[in-house]
Design a protein around this ligand. Structure first.
Ligand code: PLP
Length: 235
């Protein structure tokens, strides 16, 4: 049972090393622990090791685990990192602190309408498709600015930045190229006055490249909780 604690420390060490290698402050990169298919006992264990931010891909799965971890609800920050259908926006607006995958104005509007008036605004990232695959979600880079401005104008949302899931590749040069495209867009939008502070990119396989290109939040599952066996995890 010490494995999760050990793995968290190993990932933290990788992040420190990646930051050091490019002259960044290690505290400028946050670790989001990705828990799709991971049972709530393992989340409890990671919580015990000090981890507080968790990312889930499916709204229903997340709500079930949140119920099982009810006593810890206040201490945990929940992030939705999977595709969001518009019929799930109400549940998502109530069950999460962050949504990383906004790629349509309609979904943003619904999230804002559904976010409770007495809750803090929902933190939102605009998902951008930097590797141009037809199969992946995310807004094309050329449309990210318009969507980001729309999100920024919605009363119950707080625009925080961008999120990217580039196509998986072992080719470090390609990894860097895709992450750099996200970073360039992030910098441009900030120059236009959007005040973004979060660039969510990098996973177990490519977090070093993501940190080198300016990621402020890496989303790591396998390197913390081990390989996922559930078929749903392949989605
Ligand atoms: C599953 C998932 C991750 C974590 O991937 P690992 O390779 O297990 O670290 C990160 N981001 C998203 C959007 C995911 O779906």
């Amino acid at each position: 049972m010490a494995a999760i604690n050990d793995n968290l420390q190993a990932v933290a060490a990788r992040l420190r090393e990646a930051a050091r290698a490019c002259g960044r402050d290690p505290s400028s990169v946050r670790l989001l622990a990705v828990t799709k298919t991971v049972p709530s006992d393992a989340i409890r264990e990671a919580f015990g090791a000090g981890q507080r931010s968790f990312g889930e891909n499916y709204v229903q799965e997340a709500l079930e685990k949140q119920a099982a971890l009810a006593g810890m609800r206040d201490g945990i920050e929940w992030h939705l990192i999977g595709p969001l259908q518009s019929n799930k926006t109400r549940a998502a607006a109530g069950g999460f602190d962050w949504v990383h995958t906004v790629d349509r104005e309609k979904v943003a509007r619904r999230l804002s309408e559904a976010r409770a008036a007495d809750a803090p605004p929902l933190n939102v990232l605009v998902q951008v498709n930097v590797s141009g695959e037809a199969s992946k979600s995310g807004v094309p880079p050329a449309q990210a600015g318009a969507l980001a401005r729309a999100v920024a104008g919605l009363p119950r949302l707080r625009l925080r930045g961008l999120m990217a899931i580039p196509e998986p590749t072992e080719d470090t040069r390609l990894q860097l190229e895709h992450f750099r495209a996200a970073r360039t867009l992030f910098d441009e939008l900030n120059k236009q006055g959007l005040q973004l502070d979060t660039l969510s990119m990098g996973m177990s396989q490519d977090l070093e490249a993501a940190v080198a290109e300016g990621s402020t939040m890496v989303r790591v599952g396998t390197a913390i909780f081990g390989a996922r066996t559930n078929a749903k995890a392949a989605a």
